[in-house]
Design a protein around this ligand. Structure first.
Ligand code: SOE
Length: 388
């Protein structure tokens, strides 16, 4: 019998757990999903905190063990927002239990694990999606449409940077994002993963890469308590080693001949969440800056000579994907809306039995690029992405 309700279990209740909880709450209020969504249980190890999160975010209940969450027969889909080192075990167990799986990016700590996760969801024949939320900004969807319609012609360049500064202070503690065993990599996998995915979405697959990276601050005070992205260390905390990159830069050649440059850093003072890119083609260009996410800049060489120039498009008209569900034109949307859109699509994929997108195979392709860049840094040479 076809179900009309999708019961969700969410693992993680910190920054991403909150973003996903908010999204599940908003889906039914703003969209008309083909299935109703029930926020069954949120899961985290600390009972006091997870109980508080369940009440605050609107979950029916909570679990303190992800194994117990997966065992529950009343849950159809598992959403993973726990730190990266948990992704593989939870996703594989969830797939084996027949649950649909949504997983935050990067898919896994490394390419081998990412491939195992893809095999598990494919073997179990469950729906799977990865959290590349920026694809779901209406302005990015417009960029994709303009490219697909040939409006900027043959693509020559993709130039992207993802700049943050939240760890620039050397006394910022050694949070899990700075530990390779937990995070897999630093700015590269956390920020670089997003611009790699957008490059794949908008330009196409990568052919070869060469990169460089640096860890500017090698030791930091050991963290006592995590607070969102940050954490607190004791005044007399011992120092621990930073085992990930603070910044990774790389050059790329795409299979279609376009050239790309990528910069991911947490050491760009003044840049808080500054993800931006420019794409240049034979007939025009496109520019996007996340901190002005409702806007897209478009230059068309077909425009009349003399008045040519980049036009600033407010992507808030209802003709653009998802916009109609929100507010009248000009009433801008924000970061959290990208999560509502991606999880709405996940629900639709399950309800309509269609492929979710981006899925774990996109996660694997992203991990392949991340790993090829790492290998190029180690060997100081260009690496063909498909050789991995
Ligand atoms: C922290 O650097 C972070 O929250 C990333 O983990 C997210 O993926 C990115 O969207 C914003 O920055």
């Amino acid at each position: 019998m076809k179900k009309d309700r999708l019961n969700i279990g969410l693992v993680g209740y910190k920054f991403m757990g909150k973003a996903h909880s908010n999204a599940f709450r908003k889906i039914s209020m703003f969209f008309n999903p083909s299935m109703k969504v029930s926020m069954k249980a949120i899961c985290g190890r600390d009972e006091t905190w997870v109980k508080e999160a369940a009440e605050k975010f609107g979950w029916e209940g909570y679990e303190t063990s992800w194994e117990d969450l997966i065992k529950r027969e009343d849950i159809d889909a598992i959403d993973i927002t726990a730190p990266n080192n948990y992704h593989k075990e939870i996703a594989i167990a969830a797939a084996k239990a027949g649950k649909h799986v949504f997983c935050e990016k990067p898919l896994a700590l490394n390419l081998t694990d990412a491939r195992e996760m893809l095999s598990a969801v494919e073997e179990a024949n469950v729906k799977h999606q990865i959290g590349f939320n920026y694809r779901f900004a209406p302005a990015i969807k417009l960029a994709k449409k303009l490219i697909d319609e040939g409006k900027i012609g043959t693509i020559y360049h993709f130039r992207a940077s993802y700049l943050q500064d939240f760890i620039i202070d050397p006394s910022f503690p050694l949070v899990w994002r700075l530990d390779k065993d937990v995070a897999g990599s630093g700015a590269h996998g956390d920020l670089g993963a997003h611009i790699i995915d957008l490059a794949r979405f908008l330009v196409g697959d990568f052919y070869e890469v060469i990169g460089m990276s640096e860890t500017f601050i090698k030791e930091r005070p050991i963290v006592e308590k995590m607070t969102g992205l940050s954490g607190e260390a004791l005044a007399d905390a011992q120092m621990g080693k930073v085992t990930v990159d603070d910044a990774t830069l790389f050059l790329a050649r795409f299979k279609n001949g376009a050239l790309g440059s990528f910069e991911a850093t947490r050491f760009a003072a003044g840049h808080k969440n500054d993800m931006s890119f420019e794409i240049n083609g034979s007939k025009g260009s496109i520019k996007f800056e996340f901190e002005r996410m409702n806007e897209l800049q478009y230059f068309s060489s077909a425009d009349e000579e003399g008045t040519q120039g980049f036009r600033l498009i407010q992507v808030t008209e209802p003709v653009h994907p998802y916009v109609e569900a929100w507010w009248p034109p000009g009433h801008v949307i924000g970061y959290e809306h990208t999560f509502v859109h991606q999880l709405y699509e996940f629900v639709e994929a399950i309800a309509k039995d269609k492929l979710a997108s981006p899925d774990f195979s996109d996660g694997v392709k992203c991990s392949q690029v991340l790993e090829a860049v790492n290998l190029s840094i180690e060997r100081r040479q260009w690496i063909e992405v498909d050789s991995l």
